[in-house]
Design a protein around this ligand. Structure first.
Ligand code: ZN
Length: 314
């Protein structure tokens, strides 16, 4: 069982986000054999979680080459990234778009099967960027115009009143590069919404560290803080970024108890959690191929998400 090897195993000498040298290792991230809704034949090496004392962001190191990630995403399942019900971040972004009557063109980067866009008012023209072939087809069937698989391939003249990066930025190795590309497509006065994990969460930084549920997914490699976005925005014709901190979704109490138990088990022993989850899958007769490595999915347990809003000057 050979893990997919990252490009390098050397420790980083600076922050992958801001370039500062004041970084600390928060521990080893366990390996994973699950990616974009698919069980992998070979697990992905987890690497380590690092934190930057300058921009307050966290990041995984080492990571795989961008072409390997794109290939893994293009084979992902169509409904992996969308589950709108009860999500606080989507409700806030949706209501903000709906209240601004000047918003007529919305681009959702990493739109998945188009579920979020399809909940916006009918008068809004809906555009998407999506690398997964299955998801892009599903989005088209919902009336979303899919413009390209990545932002880099977007026609340069296309501009939008709103651009959303929902559960996207944590998946990219170079967030500054993505933000620069996205900014070029923001119309004057237009608004960029970024929904992602909140690197300022104290439980994550101080208690769970590299065994926090959110950074355990093989797809999650970059965790930018509000301070990082504020450092990035200077000199780009943008208003100062603001952030709302929130829980990912609403959950019944019994789910809170299960998520908390699995998060605590993962903190104590990732192999124990994997062993327990494998035993449950065997008992349930879950279809093959089955995962060998498990991590807790615990969305909504803690206030560990944020919506960062960045407006372009008129
Ligand atoms: Zn940094």
């Amino acid at each position: 069982m050979m893990p997919i090897a990252p490009a390098t195993r050397r420790d980083p000498d600076r922050c992958r986000l801001c370039g500062d040298g004041r970084i600390r290792c928060l521990g080893t991230v366990p390996d994973s054999d699950y990616f974009a809704g698919r069980v992998l034949q070979h697990p992905i090496h987890g690497g380590h979680l690092w934190i930057c004392d300058c921009c307050e962001s966290m990041f995984r190191h080492p990571v795989l080459p961008a072409s390997v990630y794109l290939d893994l995403y293009s084979q992902g399942t169509s409904g992996e990234w969308t589950a709108d019900a009860g999500r606080h971040d989507l409700a806030i972004i949706r209501s903000s778009i709906g209240q601004n009557h000047g918003h007529s063109r919305v681009l959702d980067v990493g739109c998945g099967d188009g579920e979020f866009l399809s909940t916006l008012p009918a008068k809004i023209a809906k555009y998407g960027i999506e690398p997964s072939l299955a998801a892009a087809t599903a989005a088209r069937n919902r009336g979303v115009s899919i413009l390209a698989p990545t932002v880099a391939q977007l026609p340069p003249q296309e501009t939008f009143d709103v651009i959303t990066l929902i559960d996207v930025i944590e998946h990219v190795a170079e967030p500054g590069e993505l933000l620069d590309r996205v900014r070029a497509h923001l119309a004057p006065g237009g608004c960029l919404f970024i929904a992602t994990g909140d690197a300022r969460n104290v439980l994550w930084r101080r208690v769970f560290r590299s065994r926090f549920w959110y950074s355990s997914f093989a797809e999650h490699i970059t965790f930018p803080s509000l301070r990082y976005f504020r450092m990035w925005h200077h000199g780009k014709g943008l208003q100062e970024p603001t952030a709302v901190r929130l829980k990912y979704r609403q959950m019944p109490l019994w789910k809170v108890a299960i998520y908390l138990a699995s998060q605590l088990a993962y903190l104590a022993s990732p192999p124990l959690l994997s062993w327990t989850a494998r035993a449950i899958e065997r008992l349930r007769g879950a279809p093959r191929p089955r995962r060998r490595f498990f991590s807790p999915g615990a969305p909504g347990l803690f206030t560990d998400h944020q919506i960062v809003t960045i407006q372009r000057l008129p």
